[in-house]
Design a protein around this ligand. Structure first.
Ligand code: NAD
Ligand code: ZN
Length: 354
């Protein structure tokens, strides 16, 4: 990943944690201490494997599971832990977990003593996306990801073996972002992804798809680190998806499950501008339906509720609704859309799902 601020590698492998960290000796050698931040679910499922394979001494801090770790309280608790442990500006943080641990740990690293190095060790499929690109954040009671920084890791070590204990809902959640990366980059790859169930990929196939997805993200981030232009394409499906996720109270639906609904919404909206065909929309929709994405969730919220969330999105510029659409599969662009048209497509989506 070559960003203007800093270049780093994403290493992929299977059960290769020791090897990977040995190859990162240039980074670990300069660290006086290593602090692993993780969450209770990850540590319970994969802590023993991590401890057995990690080649250097470390201290660990275990956070509450998932999104709960992205709070001011947990941020504060991590800083307290680091200070009590006498961490210094030369200490190294390892984020061992999914996107939640990665976002929190990155923000802790960005701000502890004005910034110390960190390495991402992702344990979810979704984290092929979140671990790359340098967006770090915690949540504010008034909004998700509202407090944060752009801060790139020193490296990302992606060990596919950690994914074995992922719950089914998290497989769905993460695979949405892979499918999103295919939708904005490569129709042949999209078809390859959809030729098999997301639950049935072999290790090699999954690794291949995650590498491709990471590369798409890395290329975009290299071109536009701070989201002035092409990085916006990564928001495909997220305007409507975030609204569903927020309306459901960040509870029953995972991020990617909500975004999958948003992707279908964007395909329908793209149809209105020409390019994407109904047949293409239907092939993605039918595939997602067969993979147990919970489309029935849409019926729980009316359009006005979703609209109010879409208008609060921090990517909404001057109150206008902005969507990433596709001029064809693989070719995204940004389009301002008026509320009446948003509502028409909302109706179309509801008809499709009914
Ligand atoms: P997550 O980190 O909450 O993990 C999902 C759940 O699975 C959690 O309960 C976690 O404890 C558990 N888990 C993680 N790995 C496991 C494993 N190997 N075995 C068993 N259980 C495991 O969720 P996520 O989907 O990885 O990430 C979502 C977060 O990422 C959100 O907070 C979102 O805002 C953020 N995000 C950030 C970016 C970015 O660019 N920084 C991009 C997308 C999403
Ligand atoms: Zn996302």
């Amino acid at each position: 990943v070559a960003t203007a601020s800093h270049a780093y590698n994403v290493l992929f492998g299977h059960s290769f944690l020791r090897e990977a960290f040995e190859s990162l000796a240039d980074i670990t050698r300069t660290a006086d201490r290593i602090f692993v931040l993780t969450d209770e679910n990850v540590w319970k499922a994969q802590g023993d494997t991590f401890t057995a394979a990690f080649p250097l001494p470390f201290e660990v801090y275990v956070l509450p599971g998932g999104e709960a770790c992205k709070s001011f309280d947990q941020y504060n608790a991590c800083q307290t832990f680091l200070l009590q442990q006498r961490a210094t500006r030369k200490s190294l943080i390892i984020a061992f977990g999914g996107g939640a641990v990665g976002d929190l740990s990155g923000f802790v690293a960005a701000t502890f003593m004005r910034g110390i190095p960190f390495i991402q060790v992702p344990t979810t499929i979704l984290a092929h996306d979140s671990a790359v690109g340098g967006k770090t954040a915690i949540n504010h009671p008034l909004g998700k990801n509202m407090i944060g920084a752009f801060y790139q890791p020193q490296a990302v070590v992606y060990d596919i073996a950690f994914l074995k204990t992922l719950p089914e809902q998290e497989i769905r959640s993460g695979m949405t972002e892979v499918i999103k990366h295919a939708l904005i980059s490569d129709e042949a790859w999209l078809n390859e992804l959809m030729s098999r169930s997301i639950y049935d990929y072999s290790d090699d196939e999954l690794s291949h798809h995650l590498q491709k997805g990471t590369q798409v993200k890395a290329n975009i981030v290299a071109e536009d680190e701070t989201e002035q232009s092409v990085r916006k394409y990564l928001n495909l499906g997220h305007t409507y998806g975030h609204a569903i996720e927020a309306a459901s109270g960040y509870g029953n639906l995972s991020h990617g499950e909500s975004v999958m609904i948003g992707l279908i919404y964007c395909l329908l909206l793209s149809e209105q501008y020409g390019g994407v065909t109904r047949e293409q929309t239907m092939s993605v929709y039918r595939y997602a339906q067969s993979q147990r994405y919970p489309f029935d969730a849409v019926a729980k919220f009316d359009f006005e509720t979703l609209l109010s969330y879409m208008q609060k999105d921090k990517k909404a510029e001057y109150g206008e609704l902005q969507f990433v659409l596709l001029s064809k599969i693989g070719e995204p662009y940004v389009q301002k859309v008026d509320v009446a048209q948003c509502q028409e497509v909302d109706v179309l989506l509801r008809q499709l799902i009914a």
